[in-house]
Design a protein around this ligand. Sequence first.
Ligand code: ADP
Ligand code: MG
Length: 288
Amino acid sequence: MIKIKNLSYTYQPHLPPALLDINLSIGRGEYIALIGANGSGKSTLIRHLNALLLPSRGEIEIDGLNTKESKDHIEIRRKVGMVFQNPDHQIVGMSVEEDVAFGPGNLNLPSTQIRQRVNKALEMVGLKGFEKRSPYTLSGGEKQLLALAGLLAMDPQYIILDEATSSLDPVSKEKVLNILEQLKDTGISIIHVTHNMEEALRAHRVLLMDQGQIIADGPAGDILNQGEKLKALGLSPPIIVELMCRLQPYYDRQKCILSVDQAAVEIRSWLKTIKEFNHNSQAQAREI
Ligand code: ADP
Ligand code: MG
């Protein structure tokens, strides 16, 4: 469990706080999307979760370990893994297997166990067979999968992605998102910072930030369905929400529609009602 209590953070005394009185709990196996405009404080918040930044005020506990205790930083960083936007900055080894082995190598584990972890992690992200390749020869998507494998080899409880999918092609993006879903099912908690609202829809819980505060926290459908609110904050609502909002004046939308499949069902039944209405009106006109 991650517990954030009254967290505030100021980069420099003359600057306004980047985070202001944040209270939050994150449980095991949660899949969270963290959204908000540029500069709203997303990166500052998540950098507190593995003690890259320490609170100016308030406390953060990761499974009972307070990030203010520097003796616990190694354990906190093992538990909380982060993937950043630029995969090139995360490469540490001369080969794929060396890169993935780097983290567990620092945990003083026996070499057989390290090898097992490396194999398992490469298998999970679909990079088996790439062991001897130089990480620099991988595509952008493969490098992000490599970064993810490096984290998995540490046996983390929490994985945080800070816009890690934003520069990936659709196929690589889908691969990463599918892996996140599998990981969540194993009890690992995911926090995905993203600007892509379609990606945010895949999470169960969405945290919406504005000016250093969490201004909404709830099920993805409830938050991402508020098209006007998202737009007012400079975010683009999911396309399907935008479409259904535009259709709103023409029919009475009761349900929250969040997927293409749901929208197709809804529009089909709406067209059927119109067709039946026209048919009945024409029949009545003929009778008159
Ligand atoms: P986001 O990730 O949502 O785009 P950030 O957490 O990066 O937002 O930034 C939050 C606020 O903190 C912004 O006003 C930003 O300018 C400021 N900020 C971020 N990093 C620094 C820094 N190293 N020094 C001073 N201010 C910073
Ligand atoms: Mg950021």
